[in-house]
Design a protein around this ligand. Structure first.
Ligand SMILES: Cc1ncc(COP(=O)(O)O)c(C=O)c1O
Length: 369
């Protein structure tokens, strides 16, 4: 059996470090925020190339607070992609604002930047590019449009730890960048976690207040806030894993390059790397016209696959009230019908990569490489 990802293998590889970090939290009893979270924030900000990072309890909370700190609220519109995890749009709705979707670029799966400007209205307050599957959106174009129209840019970098655009890290280009540390992410907690990174001290201060009941001093609530604090255990675990992230990222990139060799010319579309990008392969997504039969054939060989995402957000029943219909974003809709994620994680062996590639080739009737 080859899983889509193998968190047990990751634990085995760094067990002694993780065990020591977890025990230290239990001994110090610093369960909420505290020194491990503060140290993680400093280290993660440095990793992202920003001056500030604020640890929260999920990527969803990170997006919600970044939008609130940016002043997004009822009556506003935020431009984003329909081809993303539902949280990108859901958090816009949390603030009372409306997500306005634009279609994606078929090669990168990210926002088609040539469509952004025509979606801008007097209500538009922000753009939320989502760096999907480990590759950043075309940020020069996004930032240029935002500057010309006076809009805020909040990067959804939940799938882009360490990804780069022209040498700049995900999260460091827009006014704020939001990360998820959901266990399966490239940097994953032992539970839920998230962070906002920013170079703006004012946003950072507001987010620190909002995550902790709107208070800077205990029981003095300056603004209406939330309980979105990061747990001490997650800070400690994430500090350990952050030390390994670059090695893991290099392994992911090497595995993706190997898939590229093994799957070349077999008739499925491989992930395309944009000229500006350092892709970190959070998800290795191929496209196949006959996706379901390919998926079944791989399952028969005990190879796990994933579908990210089978239905774009504009067609989800929960967001029917936005008024979008089938056909509104044909590129996103086609991607939803064709994408298939193959197993890819740092601990994968050369033999496992070869086995997956051979199974794909045989399922689509291509000669063995
Ligand atoms: C693109 C994207 N945005 C937001 C989120 C939300 O993060 P979380 O699950 O940590 O709340 C996720 C991941 O789950 C995601 O993939």
């Amino acid at each position: 059996m080859i899983p889509l990802l193998d968190l047990k293998a990751q634990y085995r590889a760094i067990k002694s470090e993780l065990d020591a970090a977890a025990i230290q939290v239990l001994e110090n009893a610093q369960f909420i925020l505290g020194p491990e979270v503060a140290a993680f924030e400093e280290e993660f900000a440095r990793y992202c190339g920003t001056s500030e990072a604020i640890g929260v309890n999920s990527g969803t909370s990170a997006l919600h607070l970044a939008l609130l700190a940016g002043g997004v609220g009822p009556g506003d519109e935020v431009i984003t992609t329909p081809f993303t995890f539902v949280a990108s749009a859901a958090t816009i709705v949390y603030t009372g604002a409306r997500p306005v979707f634009v279609d994606i670029d078929p090669a990168s799966f990210n926002l088609d930047v040539s469509l952004i400007e025509r979606a801008i209205t007097p209500r538009t307050k922000a753009i939320m590019p989502v760096h999907l599957f480990g590759q950043m959106a075309d940020m020069d174009a996004v930032m240029d449009i935002a500057r010309r129209h006076g809009l805020l840019v909040i990067e959804d970098a939940a799938q882009a730890h360490g990804a780069e655009y022209k040498g700049r890290r995900a999260g460091s280009i827009g006014q704020m960048g939001c990360f998820s540390f959901y266990p399966g992410k490239n940097l994953g907690a032992a539970g839920e976690g998230g962070a906002v990174v920013t170079g703006n001290a004012g946003y950072a201060r507001k987010i620190r207040m909002l995550r902790d009941w709107g208070a800077e001093r205990k029981y003095v609530h300056q603004i209406k806030g939330y309980n979105y604090r990061m747990e001490g255990m997650q800070g400690a675990i994430l500090r350990v894993k952050l030390r390994h992230l670059e090695t893991w990222t290099l392994a992911r990139r090497a595995h993706a390059a190997r898939y590229g060799e093994l799957l070349a010319g077999c008739g499925v579309t491989l992930p395309e790397v944009m000229p500006h990008a350092r892709h970190v392969y959070t998800v290795y997504n191929i496209r196949a016209a006959n996706r379901e039969s390919l998926r079944d054939a791989l399952a028969q060989r005990e190879i796990q696959t994933g579908i990210h995402y089978p239905m774009p957000v504009h067609l989800q029943p929960a967001y029917a009230d936005l008024g979008y219909v089938q056909g509104d974003f044909p590129v996103a809709e086609q991607a939803s019908a064709q994408v298939l994620a193959l197993p890819l994680y740092p601990e994968m062996s050369a033999e496992q990569l070869e086995e997956v590639a051979a199974a794909v080739r045989s399922a689509v009737g291509a000669p063995v490489a």
